[in-house]
Design a protein around this ligand. Structure first.
Ligand code: FAE
Length: 550
């Protein structure tokens, strides 16, 4: 099978020769020592070879460059396998007219949204006024993908969701993990794969002493005070943001990012996205090639073995400028819960992969996401300078089914608002199905299915409002709505582990096809999901390298 013959592996399943063989460059040395600075990561990306060619034959093709895909690429490359990563979004390495790669959350522009002519910000209104605006249609960084009953926010670009997310890196409580993925050995996860994921992602915790004095976390301290006065457990939440960098931002000795309203449409500094962590290490092996603005459209068995993968190459207005057909011995679906589910239901229904089982497309959930704001008293300001990086949460999971992050409202003015994203134990699950008439995948989620999430979030905020003598904000989501119940940031499921796949992500029905992203997790992770997606990918790829590759 050509270049993917595995050299001898180390005790961790990773080949030393594969790991060290191609890391002679300075970039490689830096990457292996730790995490790359944004500038060094960009230099590494610029030095990388060009996109995949039509007619190529490759040992492994990975669809998507988010968490699951990046883990797969790194570990396979370290084991001596050449990997081609196909990414529909852009490689975010070129500054715009403002000299920055990414715009601020308060001033979205053409870079902000995936092929939309009008922004669709999660917070659609402020003080009752709509804040969305027209923008040129462009392959921007945040996709607000509309289905009948829900808008699913996702990152687009090399690095996937890690480009746009808040970096909250939460390991679920062990009992909750066992309930989510009962077929997975929790001892292994908590002894080996969660620690490996946390190390690989560069997870850290805010300095509690700094937290207590920093102006930019007044909103979070108000959140703590209110939570504790109502008897709720309040907790710090780890993050991949470089906390020392944020201290320097606050001290005025580093270029501001979290303290300059950067989030949602990318961070220019401070946040360790996958581009600085897993992908930097993957590129440094010399075995990983990434093709941005390339979108996989079909995968089907190839006549001579392996799989034929059809790919559209896009321009920045989303038009197809070339189509390519390549052959891969193995294909990893890492297009995210929505991307992977959409592909799989299409491939099954259109006859490209008819042997996929009936679980494909099922078990999808929105991690119980629901947002709300509370109006504080004038004597309880939340601060006009707010770090965009949340660092704390209110845990009422056991009693009320809700874990609420104390989120920032980085508007630059005093809002007297406390703002929260709750993750709730919403039991509803939806299904993707292929709609032959429209040529699209539909999702059966209904907006009314968010009611359990609202009820669970209210177990926290009704009590706090009652204790503080405060009310909910009605000016943030349009139409005097209290709850933003029409979105999710955390799509999960659609190719659930041990149902659509075996217990390690091998798709039933086809040898050499794998799912390795959030699609494996059945709808809810009990906390923010990317650490669990990463840890599960670490577990699965280790097994796959050890047993499936020659
Ligand atoms: P993901 O990271 O979405 O990567 C999939 C990649 O595949 C993307 O780059 C796609 O562009 C690409 N793709 C899709 N279809 C195709 C195709 N056909 N061909 C080629 N490429 C394709 O997947 N989670 C946390 O744990 N903590 C947070 O603080 C947090 N905040 C968030 C904030 C926002 C605004 C958003 C949108 C998400 C947030 N999340 C957070 C969720 C987290 O980013 C998400 O669970 C992971 O990114 C999912 O990882 P996957 O590897 O499944």
């Amino acid at each position: 099978m050509g270049d993917n013959t595995l050299p001898k592996r180390g005790s961790n399943g990773i080949s030393r020769r594969g790991f060290l063989g191609r890391t002679g460059s300075i970039i490689g040395a830096v990457a292996l020592a730790g995490h790359l600075s944004p500038a060094a990561a960009q230099a590494a990306a610029a030095a990388a070879p060009g996109p995949i060619g039509d007619g190529a034959r490759v040992p492994v093709l990975v669809i998507g460059t988010g968490y699951g895909g990046s883990v797969a690429a790194l570990r396979l490359a370290q084991a001596g396998v050449d990997v081609q990563m196909i990414e529909m979004g852009m490689n975010w390495d070129t500054p715009g007219p403002d000299g920055k790669v990414f715009p601020k959350v308060t001033s979205p522009d053409y870079r902000s949204f995936w092929l939309r002519s009008r922004t669709k910000a999660p917070l659609s209104n402020f003080l009752g006024f709509p804040i969305d605006k027209d923008v040129p249609k462009y392959t921007g960084i945040l996709d607000a993908e509309d289905f009948a009953g829900i808008t699913v926010y996702q990152g687009r670009g090399v690095g996937g969701g890690s480009l746009v997310n808040g970096g909250m890196a939460v390991t679920p409580r062990r009992a909750n993990f066992a309930a989510v993925l009962p077929s997975v050995n929790a001892d292994e996860m908590y002894d080996t794969y969660y620690p490996r994921a946390n190390a690989g992602l560069g997870v850290g915790m805010i300095d509690p002493a700094w937290f207590d004095t920093a102006d930019c976390y007044q909103f979070s301290r108000v959140g703590r005070k209110h939570a504790q006065r109502s008897g709720f457990a309040w907790t710090f939440v780890p993050d991949v943001y470089d906390w020392d960098y944020m201290k320097r931002e606050a001290a005025g000795t580093a270029t501001k990012s979290a303290l300059a309203g950067e989030i949602l449409y990318g961070n220019n500094a401070g946040k360790k996205s996958l581009v600085q962590t897993y992908l930097a290490q993957a590129r440094a092996t010399g075995r990983v090639t990434i093709s941005p603005l390339h979108k996989v459209t079909t995968v089907s068995p190839a006549a001579g073995g392996g799989y034929t993968v059809a790919i559209d190459q896009l321009n920045t207005t989303g038009d197809t400028v070339a189509t390519k057909t390549v052959t891969a011995d193995r294909v990893f679906f890492a297009a995210g819960s929505v991307g992977t589910s959409k592909l799989l239901v299409k491939l099954k229904a259109t006859g490209a992969l008819p042997n996929l089982n009936g679980e494909v497309g099922k078990g999808w959930g929105e991690n119980g996401n629901v947002m709300c704001g509370r109006a504080n008293h004038m004597w309880d300001p939340t601060g006009k300078l707010q770090s965009t990086i949340p660092c704390s949460g209110i845990d009422n999971w056991d009693a009320g089914g809700a874990f609420a992050e104390v989120a920032p409202l980085p508007t630059g003015i005093e809002t007297y608002a406390s703002f929260y994203l709750s993750i709730t134990k919403n039991p509803n699950r939806a299904e993707f199905t292929w709609n032959a008439a429209t040529g699209r995948a539909d999702l059966s989620w209904q907006t009314a299915w968010k009611q359990p999430s609202i009820t669970m979030a209210k177990t926290i905020f009704d009590k706090i409002n009652s204790k503080e003598g405060t009310i909910y904000r009605t000016d943030l989501f349009g139409g005097n709505k209290i709850w933003n119940d029409t979105l999710t940031y955390h799509p999960l499921g659609g190719a659930v582990l041990d149902r659509a796949t075996d217990n390690y992500g091998r798709l039933h029905g086809y040898t050499g096809l794998y799912v390795i992203d959030g699609a494996l997790i059945p709808g809810n992770a009990s906390v923010n999901p990317f650490v669990t997606i990463t840890a599960l990918a670490e577990r699965n790829i280790e097994k796959i390298i050890a047993t499936d590759l020659p």
